[in-house]
Structures are given as C-alpha cells and as structure tokens.
Ligand binder design. Structure first.
Ligand code: AKG
Ligand code: FE2
Length: 244
C-alpha cells in the first residue's frame, strides 16, 4: 500500500472507514452524570490508514503557532493549529485570536474523515474542524472547556487522534454548591472530600481513536492534554464541531 495524498485529488484519498478489525477497540460509553457523556472508540480508524492520515496532515496542513492572550498576557500558543469551516459560518475567536477559516475544499481529504465521523455518530452534523499539532511533550493544551457561544449550549465535539499517544484529562468544574460554600467561608478541600462521585477521568488517546464529548460536558467539565516529558514524538488531533 502506498497512498500518496494530494489535497484536491480525491481519487488518491484513503477511504476512512470504522476499523472492521476492532477487537479491543470497542465503543465505550461513559456517563459523566447530569446530562454529560463521552464515547471513546480506541480503534476508530485502522492503524496503517491512520499513519497515512498523520503524514498527510503533518505535511499538507498550513500549521501556525499563534500568539494568544491568556489572563491578560500575550503568549505563544503551546501547540500548532489550523481551522477549517464551512463557508458562511460566524468566525471563531478564542483567547483574543481569530484563526483564518480554511474551507473543506482547500483540503478535500478532510471530508473523508468527516464522512467517517458522521457515519459513526448518526444525527450529528459537524461543520467546522479545529486541528492541533503537538510537536513533542512540551506542547500541551491547558485546562479549558469549549463553551464558546457559537457552539450552543450542548455541543457535540468529536476528537480524532493520530501519532504519539498522549493523556487526555477531564475534571469536573466546581459545582454551584461548593462555590457557594466557599463564599460562606467553608474550607474548599473539606467540601471537595465530601463529593463521592467520580470527578476525574483520563484517557490515553490512541493513534486512530475517537473521543466524543456530548451533552453538558463543556458546561460542567474542563479538559486538558498536559505536558509529558517522555512524549518525544508528534501528535495530531482533529476536533470536529458544529457551529450554530
Ligand atoms: O488535543 C486534544 O486531544 C484536545 C484538543 C482540545 O481540547 C481543543 O482543541 O479544544
Ligand atoms: Fe478542547
């Protein structure tokens, strides 16, 4: 097999399909409670095919490392990024940065991954894609939620990973109750210990995997991909989203 991808030449694209050989790659559903849930499919795309996607994305995507503003300070975003969206959508803006919106026609092979995602998630309709490239263990994304207004109140976000495996953490936001008790002067850690339900999750996101965040996950949880000294290889992550 020797796929050579060129953006724009559909005939040479791979045909991404949910891996038929997915022993151990079964779909897992994780109920986070209160209307938030996750789906994790470790082998969403076949292993070899996923390396071809990795090579295509690594080479052909016009990666940039923008300067963003975090807590009022300018800093270089600790990973490469690119944004693709359907024509005519409202512009995305985060941390004082407005990425250029490339179109699906600029990178037609991305439409094949989008099709595979839609097939696996009946009823979903993604129209934008944020791409991230982590060039090594020093690249990361800090705790955040993707709760921009343009995604609506219960966004579905489908995240596909390629290359170096990295940890993905989810942490429950402090609940209203604990925020209230904080303002009442009750110690926060005492209150936190009382909470019995699971409020942390972690996944080692496999090459070719898909993780879906749904329901109120962005409202009630934050997520991150922390630095990892030992991760010395490149990871590429695609997050498909629906802009309203
Ligand atoms: O790289 C990942 O797995 C997550 C990326 C992410 O959270 C984001 O782009 O909002
Ligand atoms: Fe995110």
């Amino acid at each position: 097999m020797n796929f050579k991808f060129k953006a724009g030449s559909k005939s040479t694209n791979p045909n991404p399909s949910p891996n038929p050989n997915n022993e151990g790659g079964k779909r897992q559903s994780i109920d986070l409670g209160n209307g938030s849930d996750l789906i994790y499919i470790p082998r969403f795309l076949a292993f070899e095919e996923s390396w071809k996607w990795f090579d295509y994305l690594n080479k052909e995507i016009p990666w940039t490392r923008p300067t963003i503003r975090v807590f009022g300070r300018s800093c270089v975003q600790p990973r490469d990024t690119c944004y693709v969206a359907s024509v005519g959508l409202p512009e995305l803006s985060y941390s004082g940065y407005q990425p250029h919106a490339y179109t699906w026609d600029d990178y037609p092979p991305l439409k094949d991954i989008l099709d595979a995602v839609h097939k696996a998630l009946p009823g979903s309709s993604f129209n934008s894609l944020l791409l991230n490239r982590y060039k090594g263990g020093n690249d990361y994304v800090g705790w955040h939620s993707d709760d921009e207004k343009l995604y609506g109140s219960t966004p579905e976000i489908a995240s596909i990973s390629f290359g170096c495996e990295r940890e993905f953490f989810l942490k429950k936001k402090p609940s209203k109750v604990s925020q209230d008790s904080r303002s009442n002067g009750e110690p926060v850690n005492k209150r936190a210990k009382k909470s019995s339900s699971v409020d942390h999750h972690s996944f080692t996101l496999k090459h070719g995997s898909m993780l879906v965040m749904r329901g109120y996950t962005q409202r009630d949880w934050v997520h991150s991909v922390p630095k990892r000294a030992k991760a010395d290889a490149t990871r590429i992550n695609l997050t498909f989203r629906h802009v309203i």
